[in-house]
Design a protein around this ligand. Structure first.
Ligand SMILES: [Zn+2]
Length: 315
């Protein structure tokens, strides 16, 4: 689209006009023309004065706005604030903390925290294509004292399988392609091999560390194991790409973000994976994809915070 912003500075100016915010979303959400989100009818009428549409069919809740049925629904905040926060989350390499959003767009920190999590929801890309070619698989622990420590380091320093305060994350990356991550209950053979089979095309070249849980995958994959005790790189046999992703993640977790609750971890992982997977795009293209993800994903504050938890805003 013409005149659409390509930099943060342009975005600030562009999204300060409510009509620009609305149009930016409309052309992505309804490329073939606006339809009623409740009944799908194209018979809708727009009122500029009320900044909303009315559906011509007779059913309850006939009026809707561009926010209806998106992550922005029920939020009293203007789209200018939402879109600017989103621009920053999507385009800052290590992410931005809710504290930075709070300061940048002048909302309370609690609101900023909630926005941040809704935005992450938009970045979750749903069904994933299987990885192929050369695929690296690696695990890391996040949380507690040994947070973010690489598995090989951990083995040397800590015995046992890690405390309950640590989440185990498995990452899969296709060299030159995309990354996928998953928080797992344990590192048992059954758990890890199911994830491998779900995410990696049979016949792919698989590179993992020497964890016994990966034994037996040779039937379906060209599996090669890295021996960290000997060396980190033996030709193509390494997990450096995955380790680079972990270090990006750790930089975000240690630097920008104050803490990550296990409950929210997968959303943070989605955010980091989104930026990694769309790294070859321009800021404007990456932002456009993120905005297309706002539809059909809603979350309430209770769902976000977990009703069992009394702690509301960890960061
Ligand atoms: Zn309708």
């Amino acid at each position: 689209m013409e005149n659409e912003p390509t930099t943060l500075q342009e975005a600030i100016v562009y999204f300060s006009h409510p009509a620009n915010c609305r149009n930016y979303i409309v052309v992505r959400r309804w490329p073939d023309g606006v339809v009623c989100p409740r009944c799908g009818s194209q018979n809708v009428r727009f009122s500029e004065r009320h900044n909303r549409w009315q559906c011509g069919s007779h059913h309850p809740r006939r009026q809707f706005t561009v926010k209806t049925g998106t992550i922005f629904e029920d939020s009293p905040l203007g789209l200018d604030k939402w879109l600017l926060a989103m621009w920053q989350v999507v385009n800052c390499k290590n992410g931005v903390s809710s504290y930075e959003i709070h300061r940048a767009i002048k909302v309370t920190q609690k609101t900023a925290w909630f926005m941040d999590h809704r935005i992450r929801l938009a970045l979750h890309m749903g069904s994933l294509e299987k990885l192929s070619g050369q695929v690296e698989v690696d695990e890391t622990f996040i949380g507690g004292k040994a947070r973010n420590m690489h598995i090989a380091q951990r083995k040397r320093r800590i015995t046992g399988t890690g405390g309950k305060d640590k989440a185990t994350v498995v990452g899969f990356v296709e060299r030159g392609g995309k990354v996928q991550t998953v928080v797992v209950e344990n590192r048992k053979k059954k758990t890890l091999q199911e994830e491998v089979k779900k995410r990696v095309e049979a016949g792919a070249a698989l590179y993992t560390d020497e964890l016994l849980s990966y034994e037996g995958l040779e039937g379906q994959y060209a599996h090669q194991v890295i021996n960290h005790a000997l060396s980190y790189v033996e030709g193509a046999v390494h997990t450096n790409t995955m380790e680079n992703f972990w270090s990006l993640l750790k930089r975000g977790l240690h630097g920008t973000y104050v803490s990550v609750e296990p409950f929210h971890l997968f959303r943070y992982l989605d955010e980091q994976a989104f930026r990694y997977n769309e790294r070859k795009l321009t800021d404007a293209e990456r932002f456009s994809i993120a905005v297309k993800g706002i539809v059909g994903k809603r979350v309430t504050f209770d769902e976000l915070t977990g009703k069992q938890s009394s702690e509301v805003c960890p960061n």
